[in-house]
Design a protein around this ligand. Structure first.
Ligand code: SF4
Length: 245
């Protein structure tokens, strides 16, 4: 028997009430805290983000607090999360919010794209928008359903734990009876390129050296320094490289 979209959503939400992941950013509606969590989650796994998110909010509990911090401290705190430019953008966004408040169009903030903007509007401001990340998009595509705004967190959890990329766990899925993709397998996703020996590693190592202390340009990897400087992660003043203030 065909199910209505309403009943599919009811099945999903009933599953979510029992299987919901207890994540710290789900216990707040503070837009700044949601912004921090979403920026961290952009390219880092949930398990690694949780302790770093808690430490971050312990150190800088508000946009004002983060805006007042030296950029070098912010980059330092970010170490280990990867893709350090996110820290620079988060700091710039905090300074913008501290100066002029939250903009009507959240994508005006540095590092905030349509997904992150929608996540803040939904999870912090309670607006009726569905943030569509990789997990949500996957479930939508496989089921063929257009889910409503109330389903955001539930779709994220279903996509992260059941309707996973390669071998979905259809036998544990609340939507299985209504899903045309039930039982399918998928090609392996393209793996992220190796960090070891990569330019990313050279950048990370160079940044680590500069954060520890001011360095002579000639003792560093010049290509990595130029790339870090373009991203605002280091400052080059003649022959000297420093962390940004
Ligand atoms: S039945 Fe399988 S493919 Fe369909 S939504 Fe559930 S886990 Fe994904």
């Amino acid at each position: 028997m065909a199910r209505t979209i309403g009943s599919v959503e009811e099945l999903l939400l009933a599953w979510y009430r029992v299987n919901k992941r207890d994540l710290p950013w789900r216990r707040t509606r503070d837009p700044y805290a949601i912004l921090v969590s979403e920026v961290m989650l952009q390219q880092t796994q949930v398990e690694r983000v949780v302790p770093r998110y808690l430490a971050w909010l312990g150190r800088w509990p508000s946009a004002d607090a983060l805006a007042a911090a030296p950029l070098a401290d912010v980059i330092h705190e970010w170490q280990g999360l990867g893709y350090n430019r996110r820290a620079v953008n988060l700091h710039r966004a905090a300074r913008a919010v501290a100066t002029t408040g939250w903009p009507e169009d959240l994508t005006e903030l540095p590092g905030v794209g349509p997904y992150t903007g929608a996540a803040i509007r939904s999870f912090a401001l309670g607006e009726p928008v569905l943030p569509v990340d990789t997990n949500v998009r996957r479930v939508q595509e496989r089921t063929g359903h257009r889910f409503g705004p109330a389903c955001g967190q539930a779709l994220m959890d279903l996509g992260a734990t059941v309707c996973v990329a390669r071998v979905p766990r259809c036998s544990a899925c609340p939507l299985a009876r209504a899903c045309p993709s039930r039982g399918r397998r998928y090609e392996p996703r393209r793996r992220q390129s190796r960090f070891e020996g990569s330019f990313r590693q050279r950048r990370a190592e160079t940044l680590r050296l500069v954060l520890a202390e001011q360095r002579e340009l000639k003792e560093l990897d010049g290509e990595a320094v130029a790339s870090l400087a373009r991203d605002g992660l280091v400052l080059v003043d003649g022959a000297v490289v420093t962390a940004p203030s």
